[in-house]
Design a protein around this ligand. Structure first.
Ligand SMILES: *Cc1c(COP(=O)(O)O)cnc(C)c1O
Length: 372
């Protein structure tokens, strides 16, 4: 059964008996809000999976980012560096705190923030950098951490699209002072809506927990020393998340297999750039993505997308560069030639774990027919 109007949607979750069993158990236990065994179990299991000490589950990836920023003391008067090509949640979370986002261009080879352009964006007010592991590809973390340490900046990884991706053999989300994940319905694993902050810093974890719970003093109930939020993940969601986590390796293997087939089948087409994987990284291909050079393919990215749509194949254009949107224009500090170019050419292809090898081959066949 599918609720999508597409034969092949860009992303689609996969659920089984395990999710149902856990949800039933959560309901039967009567603990369906932010307390109960599933939230803590999910936090511990996911933190362990990424290789970080503490996990704090939240209502979304966006609220995870917001909590991490507030808990690190980011606020009015501060600046936070974000990449130009990302989902808007990254920059919005900065704006919620009252801090000023500063937009930096991306690297042409792997589409994440360009470490060589970071230092130019740093001012005495810079407090943090949010590298985004875009479409499942890791950022180049070594130079980012080096620059952060040189200027005494926090690094908050936005790993909302990169559960299980690796940088030099270590999972992303384990490099920054904090990292944020999303479990939205189209992410690698899902809780419907949901997110998590991870950190190795016990005091930071405690501050995040307090801020998530209305700022309530952990021992003195209904005594509030800070203005907090209500950003809990419910036990029902965590019950789903825990079951999903048990399948994450299979999901990632599946995404990498889909990527392999796309790469094999599309590599012969003149004018298509394949989804990169740098030698230092393991990409989990959240959404398998290509760049279309329309001078060579003689069809524009948008025309190709339209024709695929007619054939029941959903695709998605890349995110618009933040600096091009009127609401974010004022946070531009430079020109952004790389993200402008890549955003115009980029297309996300169907990447759901339910796709069979033959489904992917059929999608490629349609692409080839349209381009030919
Ligand atoms: C999905 C996503 C988020 C936020 O996720 P929500 O759970 O939808 O709030 C943040 N950053 C990036 C890069 C994302 O793709």
């Amino acid at each position: 059964m599918s609720f999508s109007r597409y034969r092949y949607p860009v992303a689609e979750p996969e659920f089984g008996e395990e999710e149902l069993r856990n949800v039933i158990e959560a309901v039967r236990s009567g603990w369906i809000s932010g307390r109960g065994r599933f939230v803590e179990e999910f936090e511990e299991a996911f933190a362990r999976y990424i290789g970080v000490k503490y996990g704090i589950a939240t209502s979304s990836g966006t609220t995870a980012l917001h909590l991490a920023l507030v808990a690190l003391g980011v606020g009015p008067g501060d600046e936070v560096i974000v990449p130009d090509l990302t989902f808007v949640a990254t920059i919005n979370a900065v704006i919620y705190t009252g801090a000023k986002p500063v937009i930096v261009d991306i690297h042409p080879d792997y589409w994440c923030i360009d470490p060589d352009k970071l230092e130019k964006a740093i001012t005495p007010r810079t407090k943090a950098i949010i590298p985004v592991h875009l479409y499942g590809h890791p950022c180049d973390m070594d130079p980012i951490m080096e620059i952060a340490s040189k200027y005494n900046l926090y690094v908050i990884e936005d790993a909302a699209e990169a559960h299980g991706a690796e940088y030099k053999g270590r999972k992303v989300g384990s490099f920054g002072h904090a990292s944020c994940f999303s479990f939205y319905g189209n992410k690698i694993i899902t809780t419907g809506e949901g997110g998590m902050v991870l950190t190795n810093d016990g005091e930071l974890a405690e501050r995040i927990r307090i801020l998530r719970d209305h700022g309530m003093h952990p021992e003195r109930k209904y005594w509030h020393e800070v203005i907090g939020f209500s950003y809990h993940m419910s036990s029902l969601q965590a019950a789903v998340g825990l079951a999903q986590l048990g399948k994450i390796e299979r999901f990632i293997e599946k995404k990498r297999r889909i990527a392999r087939i796309y790469a094999e089948e599309l590599s012969s087409i003149n004018g298509i750039t394949l989804h990169p994987e740098m030698p230092w990284g393991k990409c989990i291909y959240w959404l398998y993505s290509i760049l279309i050079d329309s001078e060579k393919t003689r069809i524009s990215r948008d025309e190709l997308a339209e024709k695929l749509e007619e054939r029941g194949i959903e695709t998605r254009r890349f995110f618009y560069p933040l600096h091009e949107m009127p609401v974010y224009q004022k946070y531009a500090i430079d020109t952004y030639p790389v993200s402008s170019r890549i955003s115009k050419k980029g297309l996300n292809l169907p990447s759901g774990v339910k796709l069979s090898d033959d489904d992917v081959k059929l999608i490629v066949k349609e692409i080839k027919e349209i381009i030919r």
